[in-house]
Design a protein around this ligand. Structure first.
Ligand SMILES: Cc1cc2nc3c(=O)[nH]c(=O)nc-3n(C[C@H](O)[C@H](O)[C@H](O)COP(=O)(O)OP(=O)(O)OC[C@H]3O[C@@H](n4cnc5c(N)ncnc54)[C@H](O)[C@@H]3O)c2cc1C
Length: 567
């Protein structure tokens, strides 16, 4: 039976005959690494690109990235080894052709960034390369130790602003993707000054990032509310692997403070994880100890927290030496000192938090989705690069490589004629149901997901989460809002529901998805685990999950001419 989630096509009322219009060739939604890189590439093909983002271009998750970008930059390393690490850490679920493409194209994309003014730390022999968990070689490029995302974002934004072909629409919120006869023709947006606008585009690139804010404990800033996944879902796009939320093992745990990330590179420099009794515990969980893959470290920490009846474990960096640590990690050192923790003398309290959405809008090797003229890249997309677990520092790399691919595909697909336009409207009947307090719902949702769909999952808890989300949905998805909080709340509930449904469907543990109710937990793909990517697709009765056991490209192609769900 359908419910409020499945019946909504648009979140807002509008009529194209009475709403302001903007026309463009390529609309890029998102100004993080993926969106900015896509816009720059698209601008090689046309002088009419719009980049829209919900705050400023600088305000992205990209800006918060610390550890670095993975890339093979020396002869001592090889793309084969980087590809193998990516596939192995992804537990065999990654797509080989995509992995090969990203690691092969990566060094050229990074070199291009350096040409555009990006600064990277150097040593006497060339780039200073760090090592992170899951990598078999030192291949992590960084800037000022732990400010890589900020520098990447700065360089991309500076480049973007030199290109007159790109108009940047800041504070412009994507409410929904606009479709006419199943084809994406742009977006319905909201700007505090201009109100609702229809941005008609020939090609639309979704680069709206992830959804870490669904969880109470998260490293993500508050823009990461999953708007792009929800808008794509309503427009008929397929999403895959939505159960695959990666949890970062080490975020600073100071009650009441936000969960700031303590980069994996800290463990790469030799930090130990110890419990409240000062006992180092990772060697008993994995041969790579603190440098084991993230899912292994996160679960080990949760386990140790439970065993020691504590709220956190600790990073011990004292043996690294105060000066060396401060020079390598200046921002983390400052952050610790803000809370009166001196890394040279004190243990750093940490615990895991939701970090990165591996799933997303299914794309092929050209960044196309199943909705004609809609492309996706970055964390918003699911290319299959990460498999069931993302290798550290591969996300910025994917954003650069697939941002460029998306921009090139959009540019190459431009027709010379006018923008496709048609009469589009959305009329949503007024709801008689009572109003709920949205901040309260969101707090409860985030706690619910952390508790019931977090690092350890169980069928009964997932089913309870779905019931509660469906209940809230009746009161939130039935309304029309006229502000960002309202639309974000509707999007977060929509994405939370997709995540919980997908997590319930995958009954075996794999990578970041751990089922505590599974008898023989396995961490690699085998006959007994589930080798599929699970695709959420929407039919008239609601979300349907099916295994994507056929060629990924044909899955995207097959539904290009899909019939949109009824309004
Ligand atoms: C603390 C932290 C540290 C990290 N460190 C690393 C690292 O060292 N290396 C690494 O590879 N990865 C790292 N990651 C992951 C990586 O930073 C992200 O996956 C990556 O930056 C995502 O880039 P993106 O372009 O896809 O999205 P984002 O950078 O999140 O950008 C999303 C854009 O979409 C816009 N947007 C979203 N919704 C809307 C809407 N409704 N309307 C209009 N615009 C919208 C936003 O305004 C923003 O401009 C880290 C993540 C975090 C949180």
């Amino acid at each position: 039976m359908g419910n409020a989630f499945d019946q909504r096509r648009y979140l807002t009322n509008f009529d194209s005959a009475r709403t302001g219009h903007v026309l463009t060739d390529v609309l890029v939604i998102g100004g993080g690494v993926a969106g900015a890189r896509a816009a720059i590439e698209a601008a090689r093909h046309t002088d009419n690109v719009i980049l829209m983002c919900k705050r400023t271009v600088e305000d992205s998750v990209t800006r918060h990235a610390q550890g670095g970008i993975a890339g093979v930059m020396t002869d001592a390393d090889s793309v084969e080894s980087h590809a193998e690490d990516t596939f192995r850490v992804g537990c065999g679920l990654g797509r080989r052709e995509i992995i090969d493409r990203v690691v092969r194209d990566g060094p050229a994309r990074i070199a291009e960034m350096v040409d555009w003014g990006m600064r990277l730390d150097r040593s006497a022999d060339g780039y200073a390369l760090g090592r992170e968990g899951g990598h078999s070689a030192s291949r992590i490029l960084h800037f000022e130790g732990d400010a890589t995302g900020r520098e990447l974002s700065r360089a991309l934004t500076a480049k973007l602003r030199t290109l007159t072909a790109i108009r940047v629409f800041e504070s412009c919120f994507l409410i929904d993707l606009l479709t006419v006869e199943g084809r994406c023709v742009g977006a319905v947006s909201y700007h505090p000054k201009y109100g609702h606008q229809l941005v008609w585009s020939k090609q639309t690139i979704l680069a709206t990032g992830g959804c870490g804010r669904l969880f109470r404990e998260t490293t993500n800033p508050d823009i990461a509310t999953g708007d792009g996944y929800a808008a794509a879902w309503r427009a008929g796009a397929r999403l895959a692997d939505m159960e695959m939320m990666q949890f970062h093992p080490t975020t600073l745990y100071v009650a009441g403070a936000s969960r700031a990330l303590i980069s994996e590179a800290v463990r790469g420099e030799g930090a130990y994880l110890v419990d409240r009794h000062g006992e180092r515990f990772m060697p008993s969980y994995h041969a790579d100890a603190e440098l084991a893959p993230r899912d292994v470290v996160s679960r080990a920490i949760v386990n140790r927290i439970r065993e020691t009846r504590s709220n956190c474990v600790y990073l011990d960096v004292r043996h690294i030496g105060g000066e060396r640590f401060a020079a390598r990690f200046p921002r983390i050192t400052r952050l610790c000192r803000d809370f009166q923790i001196d890394p040279a003398r004190d243990l750093i309290p940490v615990r895991p938090a939701a970090h990165y959405m591996i799933g997303g809008v299914v794309t092929d090797g050209d960044a196309r989705t199943n909705v004609p003229d809609l492309l996706a890249c970055g964390e918003a997309a699911c290319t299959g690069l990460h498999g069931a677990n993302r290798l550290a520092s591969n996300s910025l790399l994917e954003g650069l490589v697939f941002g460029a691919i998306a921009g090139a595909t959009a540019g190459a697909s431009l027709s010379s004629g006018p923008n496709a336009r048609g009469r589009v409207s959305s009329v949503i009947p007024a709801s008689q149901r009572t109003e709920l307090d949205l901040p309260d719902i969101l707090n409860s949702l985030r706690s619910l997901l952390w508790r019931n769909a977090g690092i350890e999952r169980h069928a009964a808890h997932l089913s309870e989460a779905r019931e509660i989300i469906d209940f809230w949905g009746q009161y939130v998805l039935d309304k029309t809002f006229d502000d960002v909080l309202g639309w974000e709340s509707q999007n977060m509930l929509t994405v939370a529901r997709l995540l919980v449904i997908a997590a319930a469907q995958r009954s075996h543990s794999l990578g970041v998805h751990y089922r505590s109710d599974e008898l023989n937990a396995s961490t690699v793909v085998s006959d007994t685990t589930d080798p599929h990517h699970w695709v959420n697709e929407r039919d008239e009765s609601g979300p349907v999950l099916r295994p994507m056991d056929r060629d990924w490209h044909s899955i995207v192609e097959e539904t290009r001419n899909h019939i949109l769900p009824k309004k």
